[in-house]
Design a protein around this ligand. Structure first.
Ligand SMILES: NC(=O)c1ccc[n+]([C@@H]2O[C@H](COP(=O)([O-])OP(=O)(O)OC[C@H]3O[C@@H](n4cnc5c(N)ncnc54)[C@H](O)[C@@H]3O)[C@@H](O)[C@H]2O)c1
Ligand SMILES: [Zn+2]
Length: 391
């Protein structure tokens, strides 16, 4: 197989197995530049069947032979996608043990972590053992946490299979599990060796989960890139039909934008990484109060972004037209933009949740607010009654 790499005018690397390959067979590679922890995100339709050779190229030559792998897969995707990754790894000479985990947020638990440690002990894993996660953000966060903590850190590869995990959770190295009293309370920063995004895995993703991921995609346009936001406005049909050419660009650009923020604030120390929380202060409150499963994360963020944009309008920071562009795009993508009526009648509960949010400091409400499409700022000291007027 001949790999051809070139660099386009905007710095993105394209790679193809042959110069005559049709455009849909092309890969996009997004480099995540973090010094010695740098890695590539490879995006291509059908690439999981080449996962084995890709991994071999990422591993040091001495460990590539007889590589041992713990493959951790969400039960909903193991048969359709996980088994293909396993086959490809085995064809490349790896010895693979598969651990299948249940679907859903409750899987990010201490009990599941323990079970996965048991698998690693059973296979006498050592520092050269590789952990491969196949699934959405739940599987990636859990498998990444296991990899980060076993034997002081195993190498780890993500194969995200939801749109949200492709554009968000697999980029940036945050791994973790939940404490019974709070989400993501136990975790570690652990960058992967690489991320393999196969657009074909999205074909089996339920519509609601897919659209929930689109909310995070829209978020990247609002916070960082007006040109990308316009691209989304102009490609509603392609997004609806999950057109691979549209998705390849949308996922690559989202990963690039997040990777650039992570590069500048890898460990969340400078405050820059906070821009990624646009729509999330309101969104987390709606998600928590709506009750389990009533609102998916992206749906809550979609409503949260419109609330935050209205708040920015009230503070004279943005024009009504910029809020309308966001609500038009989100509605066109079939995402909710209005606070559900049962939540609108619970302003005290919403306020209490927002006060508990990580972005609140010493009882002061802080919001990430847009000043135009493509730019946001963190605004402190917002009075509760003003925040609640946007509901
Ligand atoms: N680490 C980070 O930086 C980061 C960022 C954002 C979110 N997260 C975490 O990510 C998690 C949410 O991720 P998610 O939205 O991917 O949820 P998820 O992993 O629960 O996946 C959503 C649903 O889709 C199913 N599924 C996954 N891929 C599928 C496919 N290809 N076909 C059919 N069904 C499929 C899953 O079984 C599940 O039911 C949360 O736990 C959140 O805390 C982490
Ligand atoms: Zn989010």
């Amino acid at each position: 197989m001949q790999l051809v790499r070139r660099i386009s005018s905007n710095g993105i690397h394209y790679q193809s197995t042959s110069m005559t390959a049709p455009i849909s067979a092309w890969e996009r590679i997004v480099p995540v530049n973090l010094g010695s922890r740098s890695y590539d995100i490879v995006i291509k339709e059908g690439i999981i069947s080449q996962a084995g050779s890709l991994l071999t190229s990422w591993l040091k030559p001495d460990t590539a032979k007889s590589q041992r792998v713990l493959l951790i897969a969400d039960v909903a995707v193991f048969d359709v996608h996980g088994a293909a990754v396993q086959r490809s790894l085995e064809l490349a000479g790896a010895e693979v043990r598969s651990a299948i985990v249940p679907s859903g947020e409750q899987t990010k638990s201490w009990a599941q972590t323990q079970t996965l440690y048991d698998h690693l002990v059973d296979m006498t894993a050592d520092r050269k053992t590789l952990v491969v996660a196949v699934g959405g953000g739940v599987t990636g966060d859990l498998a990444g946490f296991v990899a980060a903590t076993y034997a002081r850190g195993l190498r780890f590869v993500q194969v995200p299979t939801t749109l949200l995990s492709m554009v968000d959770s697999s980029v940036g190295g945050k791994t973790g599990i939940n404490h019974p009293r709070g989400k993501n309370l136990i975790g570690a920063f652990h960058q992967p060796l690489g991320v393999i995004i196969d657009l074909a895995t999205l074909k089996t993703l339920p519509d609601r989960e897919y659209r929930s991921g689109l909310a995070e995609v829209v978020k990247y346009g609002v916070i960082l890139d007006e040109v990308f936001f316009s691209f989304l406005e102009q490609n509603i049909a392609g997004l609806d039909s999950r057109d691979p050419d549209v998705l390849r660009h949308v996922i690559a650009r989202s990963c690039e934008l997040k990777a650039d923020v992570v590069r500048q604030d890898e460990y969340e120390t400078t405050g820059l990484r906070a821009v990624l929380n646009y729509g999330h202060t309101f969104g987390h409150a709606f998600e928590a109060l709506a009750g389990y499963g009533a609102l998916l994360h992206g749906e809550a963020v979609s409503i949260g972004m419109i609330c935050a944009s209205r708040l920015a309008e009230l503070l004279g920071r943005i024009t009504p037209d910029d809020t309308r562009r966001q609500s038009d795009l989100l509605s066109a993508l079939n995402l909710p933009i209005e606070v559900p009526s049962d939540l609108r009648n619970r302003p005290e509960d919403i306020l209490r949740c927002m006060m508990l949010d990580k972005k609140t400091e010493r009882g002061e409400l802080r919001f990430v607010l847009p000043s135009r499409i493509g730019h946001v700022e963190t605004v402190r000291g917002i009075l509760p009654d003003i925040a609640l007027r946007c509901l």
